[in-house]
Design a protein around this ligand. Sequence first.
Ligand code: NAI
Length: 311
Amino acid sequence: MLNVSGKTAFITGGASGMGWGMAKAFGEAGMRVIIADIRQDALDQAMEGFAKTNLAVHAIKLDVADRDGWARAADEAEAQFGNIHVLALNAGVGVTGSMLTATYKDWDFNMSVNVGGVVNGLVTMLPRMLKHGEEGQIVVTSSTGGFSAVGNAGLYCAAKFCVAGMFESLATDLRGTALGASVFFPGPVQTQLGSTTNATRPEHLRNDAPPPAPEAVGAKKDARPAPGFDPNLFMSSEEVGERVLRGIRRRDLFIMTHPEFQRGIEARSNALVRAIPVEAPNEVRANLVAQFGTLMYNPIYDEQQPLDEPL
Ligand code: NAI
């Protein structure tokens, strides 16, 4: 278990939604918290709220795609609260739409924030966190679309699968250090993702015209009615914050929001198992396993402990 009290957290996308929920939960657990976000107005609004509490929160304006900005933010965070122990790489944008008609600008915006922002955070913060040697945890916000493909959101899935794999590898590399890594998979959560995605998209990565419908390039029109959804059914950001806090304390590899994920997870995992070639065991295969180590079997997956009680 990680004792979080008195430790410092740095949360990207911390001004609203899940990042804000994490800031609140972490602060209430006795942590000092940096909220970093690209939107100054949202940071100001969040800080107005935190000023009415006794939580130790400090805001830093940061575009996670800006590498120089990361170095400055890390310096400012350490000057404010000292060593960083928990890093939540949560900032993201919801670039949806079909891959059949996506443009380079769509891909570049999606990858620069959802993947590049995570890479930049790691390259800046990881050496600092390893160097101080104190216990901590690094968590990335993936998505349901990070373990099971979602139609009409291939760019988003590409990014969210990417960061999940990145952090599963990271958890493997961090064995034997004071740090651990977690992948957080949220389902539907009440946040501002749609509007913040539009508001934060840089001018040079905006399309000149909306991309054509997939049918215009030969795709079959989906005959099913578009699913309506009721945001009131979505999870609150406060609850998300508590779930992430629990996962960090437990140093879980995987943190999830919804038990309803189970069928989708099993469907994909079972499809992979069914695709395994049927071959007789032989010496070559035994040597492969011995030589390739975690390529064939990574023990980190067996270390995930079940959650046997509700939050
Ligand atoms: P949100 O829009 O309320 O919060 C995201 C925050 O990230 C915003 O405050 C935004 O200003 C900030 N941000 C965006 N681009 C940034 C950049 N370049 N640099 C720094 N900050 C930036 O939305 P939400 O939902 O809380 O998003 C958090 C994470 O959760 C994202 O990674 C998103 O992809 C992921 N997610 C959201 C789901 C949902 O149902 N809302 C479901 C699954 C994943």
